[in-house]
Ligand binder design. Structure first.
Ligand code: KG4
Ligand code: ZN
Length: 333
């Protein structure tokens, strides 16, 4: 089955053609990072306007790269939430127009489930049930994936998402946008034990996240040093902050998997592209006798291959929308 996936929830305009949920025939991403960099983060209105400018060409390229015509596609899958409402509307409108004109089923996809499904691409042996940590610019969730179409959220963040903390700390440190890769690079020569930043456990069982206090702790550390005229080792700050995030995310994931007796774990979302996080979870999984899977880096950040993959499973489970489909900015998992 061939699915055309469309994604426009944040600052990437993307389209992809995927066969049977695993084989990527094309994966086109038009990133707006260069445009938003100037503002230190995504400007929603600018994102929407650029999606409008790019979406048709991106879809055309995804079809031509795959060597398939729209007539050969079995369904059009599109992200309808969560995300920026104006940005989501562009993808949803394009998908509705295409599905209507080409007489194809329209499959609504939840962006967070899409991130999780990136785990199946190129690794069809990794199957549910498993527990996935989804950490991106907008979300930090631990999700029990019961089957290809059944998801149970086990933990969430009470305030900032992990990626948001990376982005905000990087901005204060003057490292630029997006913060995750910049902090990772800056941390390379630093000592992760130099400063003990807080690790917070929230919720009844201590699995929920809160990254707002950690972000404030880093900002306070930098301001205090500045006021005292002390020189700051910026690599030590980046490494210590990154260590606090990695320690928190990985320990919550492992503890959750142990409590639920699930022996397969995975990562997803933009923050899953973080090399120290991938290495830590891989090591902890091995030490605890768990199977670990992680999508390749390019499939961790926003893309449409993961939306086409998720669309395949949603379609098989009977999920089809009509032309009243709307964008849902705070769609829960
Ligand atoms: O999944 P994604 O592309 O978009 C959302 O759905 O939010 O995630 C983007 C987030 C940004 O906050 C970015 O700083 C973070 O993922 N990110 C990273 C890395 N690469 C991207 N965070 C830590 N380390 C990285 N290498
Ligand atoms: Zn995302």
């Amino acid at each position: 089955m061939l699915i055309l996936g469309i994604e426009s929830s944040c600052d990437e305009t993307a389209a992809a053609v995927v066969r049977d949920g695993t084989e990527v025939l094309s994966n086109v991403i038009n990133s707006q990072i260069e445009i938003h960099k100037e503002y230190g983060g995504v400007v929603p209105e600018i994102a929407s306007r650029n999606h409008i400018k790019n979406i048709s060409a991106v879809i055309d390229k995804a079809l031509s790269d795959s060597g398939k015509a729209i007539s050969e596609i079995d369904a059009v899958a599109v992200t309808y939430g969560p995300g920026l409402v104006g940005a989501l509307l562009v993808g949803v409108s394009a998908a509705k127009g295409l599905a209507f004109a080409a007489k194809k089923p329209l499959v609504p996809v939840n962006h967070i489930k899409g991130h999780i499904c990136a785990n199946y691409i190129e690794n069809p042996d990794f199957k549910p049930p498993f527990i996935c940590l989804v950490a991106s610019g907008g979300h930090s969730h631990i999700v029990l994936v019961k089957s290809y179409s059944e998801y149970a959220p086990l933990a969430r963040t009470f305030d900032d998402a992990a990626g948001e903390a990376f982005d905000k700390v990087a901005r204060v440190m003057g490292l630029g946008y997006p913060g995750g890769p910049k902090i990772q690079k800056c941390a390379e020569g630093g000592n992760p034990e130099a400063i003990r930043f807080p690790r917070v456990k929230m919720g009844e069982r201590g699995f929920d996240f809160s990254f707002s206090g950690l972000k404030t702790a880093v900002i306070n550390y930098l301001h205090t040093a500045e006021q005292k005229g002390e020189k700051v080792n910026i690599s030590d700050v980046a490494a210590s902050f990154q260590e606090a995030v990695v320690d928190t995310l990985s320990s919550h994931l492992i503890d959750c998997a142990k409590l639920y007796g699930v022996e397969r774990i995975s990562l997803a979302g933009g923050v899953a592209a973080n090399a120290p996080l991938r290495e830590r979870v891989w090591r902890l999984a091995r030490e605890n006798g768990m199977e670990f899977n992680c999508p390749k880096m390019a499939l961790c950040t926003d893309n449409a291959a993961m939306i086409a993959c998720c669309g395949y499973y949603e379609f098989k489970a009977g999920s089809v929308a009509d032309l009243t489909l709307n964008a849902v900015p705070s769609l829960p998992i």
